[in-house]
Design a protein. Sequence first.
Length: 434
Amino acid sequence: MKKIRRNCSGIDIGAKKIFIAVEDQEVKTFDTFTSSFHEAKNYLLSHNIETVAMEATGVYWVILYEILEESGLDVWLVDGRQTKQVPGRKTDVKDCQWIQELHAHGLLKRCFIPDEQVKKVRMYQRLREDHIRSSAMHINHMQKALTQMNIRLKEVLSQLHGKSGLAMIKAILEGERNPRNLLALCHTSLRKRKEEEILKALVGHYSEEGIFALGQAYQGYLFYQDQIADCDKALNNLLETSYPNDDIEKLEKRKPIRHNKPKIDNLGGYLKYIFGGKDATVLPGITDYSWLQIYSAVGNHLQKWKTEKKFTSWLGLAPSQHQSGKMSKNVFKKHNPKAGLIFRQIAQSLIESKKIGLGVFGRRIKAKRGPSIAIKATARKLAILFWRLMVKGLDYVEQGIEAYHEKMKLHKEKWLVKNANELGYQLIHNEAFS
């Protein structure tokens, strides 16, 4: 094969060492300290290297990527699955040489690297999601501690970590044991609807070790709630300092966010300004919070994906192909991009919806192919709508379940007419079904 790049290099990155391959030179090794990264940069520049390819290994690549990019080098971050070694012995030296060889022949594709603003939003947003998962773990620990003392609040409250549940847990930890006094801490609506059930649930068999476990879980939950609040403040400050408030439209009525709502003032207004006045919440299932998640994963320049097919393929939502001769089978990928998972989560809730056309589509696929394929197909349709809205400015309004049923009815009518004509039958419309 003809080499299309001459002055190129390949880098294999590890936790302690990096290995650099330059054509017609021995492989050079450097440590992973910052000063060593600058030495590696000078080494590449001294050999007139113009472009470099490196694997996206954990977070080890981040600082080296920034240092090389600042020096004027064309840095390619590539997926490790593109650089799989040919059969044989595998070493770090051979890996960097193989990366250099593939890059020289133009056989690698760049990974998506967001701009600096999106990187910051992504950092805070992913930290926030980590804290949400950790706080959920402590909610489970509180439920377990209460159940071990046979306090059955989990069975009578929709959310143990709601205002009423946390108030009762705090009182229990402070020494309160009287069910009537604990019930008085609940919201008025709960006392009216579930008074007898809550009183029965609060009669438990208290133990010293159970109270200790409950206290540990309660304190852990509060700690992570404070961490989430700090992430919200950091995101709010970032948006306020990055964009002029005078240009931000104040949006009042927004879709409700049921869980983990970020405390960011006018979040929808900032996102609408970032995306050039286009509002993603007109699409079904997308709230300001899920829009923020998508923005942190894909950025606001969707023109980088030239077509909607390339966008859904990058998200891991496009149908895969694995064909050899007469054999054709589905291949399930082990790794799914974060952005694709966000669309899948939204699609999962859409399939449960009774009033949205995409939900009907998802349930129809679910009945034929199963839930996993239905979620993927619905997520793909939603991702296409998102790309069209942001790139082509499509004015999309959810038409609901009736419009979808009408469309399916027209398809059935066309199918019936076609088959009737082929078989020589004549169709007669029954006025009773009009």
